[in-house]
Ligand binder design. Structure first.
Ligand code: CP3
Length: 348
């Protein structure tokens, strides 16, 4: 991948490499989401899955969010789960219910139904969107590509949707490690092809969302998740920074670091200062304002953003973000204000 000088020296990519910056870069997980009137305007016309599969619209909402917020990176508008369709799973986004898989893997003997993705051709709408976005994005704004990590995807495949206790997923993992390994390896090989194609189409950074792996103990994470994440991250080109993100379990941070990633995501349940110490200062960190802070008045938001910046101690390698995705009904003016606040307070 060849980077232009503008991208190479962008605030965001400098921070990914732990180099000094003029001010702290910021983007917001789910920045092109339902809190944004411009997004809702598009969503009134098309269903969510259509939006994901129409490159012009996916590009439009990606670019609009970056522009109206003034954030330092854009994130491809897509979702974690459509990669599962060409792998043999029947996915639906039911209005108001979130994603549903109609043919979940209910037992170890059904794992063979999940096909490894040999070709990414059926996901060409994603790469077409990447090319359209890259053409229109400001020259110094990197585009983040992403995928779900194998544990998080496996949990959808096995539970058939979102889950509270991951009972079927963990039971399969605990009782049939061979079937678990097969499933994780198929997902990992598929994810590598998918991510390489995103990079090829024009993404400069990759974030891996292991959103639900925080439900695991350190020993289980080490045995059942870490080797697969390490294989995926190791298969990506070293010059493309990887942000490795999970939520809900600060005890896993040293293991996340061992799995790999140039930048480790921190949610709000850990003090950024302690989280960074656990990760090690040779890596960057991303986070970690509690998303619910954005419902408060601007003075409170400013004070709480300052607390995060203070914990980061102006070290190179901090990317400001929420600790998890922005919530759908938060006032959009507050999200915009946060971006300005961070750029102002983070100035060196
Ligand atoms: O960050 C971005 O702006 C990029 C786009 C993005 C979306 N989903 C768009 C989306 C990203 C990176 C995701 C990731 C994702 N998708 C995760 C990881 C999230 C995290 O924060 O850890 C997960 C678990 C999914 C699966 C998924 N997609 C769920 C559970 C839902 C429904 C829940 C909900 O919030 O309604 C979706 C739908 C979805 N993905 C929406 C958006 C904007 C809302 C759909 C709508 O417009 O109605």
């Amino acid at each position: 991948m060849k980077l232009t000088p503008e991208l190479r020296n962008s605030r965001f990519l400098r921070a990914c490499r732990c180099e000094p910056v003029d001010t702290t870069p910021i983007w917001i997980m789910r920045q092109a989401g339902r809190y944004l009137p411009e997004y809702m305007e598009v969503r009134r016309r098309v269903k969510f899955i259509e939006l994901c599969k129409t490159p012009e619209l996916a590009a439009e909402v990606t670019l609009t969010a970056q522009r109206v917020l003034g954030v330092d990176a854009a994130i491809l508008f897509a979702d974690l789960l459509p990669i599962l369709e060409p792998m043999g799973l029947d996915l639906e986004y039911a209005a108001g219910e979130g994603p549903i898989i109609h043919n979940p893997v209910l037992s170890a003997s059904e794992v063979d139904r999940v096909r490894e993705l040999e070709s990414v051709e059926s996901l060409s709408y994603v790469f077409d969107a990447v090319r359209l976005i890259r053409k229109e994005l400001p020259k110094d704004i990197p585009l983040i590509g992403f995928a779900g990590a194998p544990f998080t995807l496996a949990s959808y495949i096995i539970e058939g949707g979102s889950s509270k206790n991951y009972i079927r997923t963990k039971t399969l993992m605990y009782t049939d490690p061979g079937a678990w390994r097969t499933l994780m390896q198929r997902l990992s090989a598929s994810l590598v092809r998918y991510l390489l194609a995103q990079i090829d189409a024009g993404c400069q950074v990759i974030q891996i969302f292991d959103s639900w792996a925080g439900c695991l103990s350190p020993a289980d994470y080490r045995e059942f998740v870490l080797p697969h994440l390490r294989a995926i991250i190791g298969a990506l080109p070293g010059e493309v920074p990887v942000i490795n993100f999970l939520t809900g379990n600060p005890a896993l941070l040293p293991l996340c670091r061992d799995a790999g990633g140039d930048v480790i995501g921190l949610d709000w349940r850990v003090d950024l200062k302690n989280g960074w110490a656990a990760v090690g200062y040779d890596r960057g960190v991303q986070g970690n304002l509690d998303p619910i802070s954005l419902y408060a008045d601007l003075e409170t938001i400013r004070r709480r953003a300052q607390q995060v910046l203070t914990a980061a101690e102006n070290r190179p390698g901090h990317i400001f973000n929420l600790g998890h995705g922005v919530t759908p009904d938060v006032p959009h003016e507050n999200v915009k204000a946060l971006v300005n606040i961070v750029h102002e307070l983070g100035a060196r």
